[in-house]
Design a protein around this ligand. Sequence first.
Ligand SMILES: *Cc1c(COP(=O)(O)O)cnc(C)c1O
Length: 398
Amino acid sequence: MSLSQGRQYLAIPGPSVMPDRVLQAMHQPCPNIYEGGLIEMTHSLIPDLKYVAGTAAHAVIYIANGHGAWEAAVSNVLAVGDRVLVLATGRFCMGWGEMASSLGITVETIDFGGRDTIDMDRVRDHLRGDTAGRIKAVMAVHVDTSTSVRNDISALRGAIDASGHNALLMVDCIASLGCDEFRMDDWGVDIMVSACQKGLMTPPGIAFVFFSDKAAAVRNAMERVSAYWDWKPRVEPDLYYKYFCGTAPTQHLLGLREALDMIREEELPQIWARHEALASAVWAACFAWGQGGPLTMNIADPALRSRAVTALAIGAPGGTRLRRWTEHQAGLTLGIGLNMATLEDPNADGFFRIGHMGHVNAQMIMGTLGSIQAGLIALDIPHGPGGLDAAARVLAAA
Ligand SMILES: *Cc1c(COP(=O)(O)O)cnc(C)c1O
């Protein structure tokens, strides 16, 4: 019997759960785009976006998804023939590198595999080897959503500095912003890209690029930059339409304003702590289940795990069966495995991910874990006892 009627939980790693407050804020007639409240409201977004990013530098908004932010960042500081170093820890940094490559940039990649973090010594040595200083930027992902690894961006800055190299540090925080602690200025990040549909709890469609004065100087030295992606006219524009190089994404901005209000009400340290506690509960349950069956977390070391998403292996076809069961029987949509095996490989059905990012609380996590355990029982997938107890104890101690 299906027990799915009721409020659904889309527990995929983005788009994340949209708060009712955000949806209600969007549900109004289109405001005037030439004068009035919308203009003031848009100005007010910028300081709050910078607060979330931990930067006093520059922030611009694009009508785009995360891939658009990738292209925007690349387009402002890299030209055909330039060279970048991509530090791959999963699908997403690879994808950013592929986008740079499609724009004519030469990409050097160090691949750290799908279950590990960046080896800082290798980065330092690689940059030291670039004695001619040809590498213009180092590209990394804070949280790679495919593997659920969380890279230490502050340590990466340290490795770049230790090498004495002048490359820009470009970081993708699309999955981590508003979930995992991130401090752009303190950690010496030159360019950070993000999007609205994960920790920022807004329907997909707008994306952000934050950049330092050093990155701004690199942009200013570029021979030319695509008119649409150029960040320069978008910073403190004299005319409103220049914020977006055209019509503003009105309803998205209304939703984002509300989401940022919610973030300011809760404050980042509490948001990070909430994500940490909820993620720890997920890991405690998964660890217990794994003691008596095939379930394993992709990232073995808890210190390297994202607080926003957990990638798991359970053996084919268990991942796909479990996802179908929780969706159809319990109203819980889990994420597919990404880049763990090629789609035609039958092993691809052996992976899944739990999204626990953004507008998520303790009862949603306990409901998620309880539904997963019901699925494991219903599908006869062996698992160790005590998963829900272990999660409850983590939440009780938080
Ligand atoms: C979701 C995600 C992207 C891609 O974002 P889109 O909005 O789908 O283009 C890129 N990088 C990371 C780390 C992500 O989590």
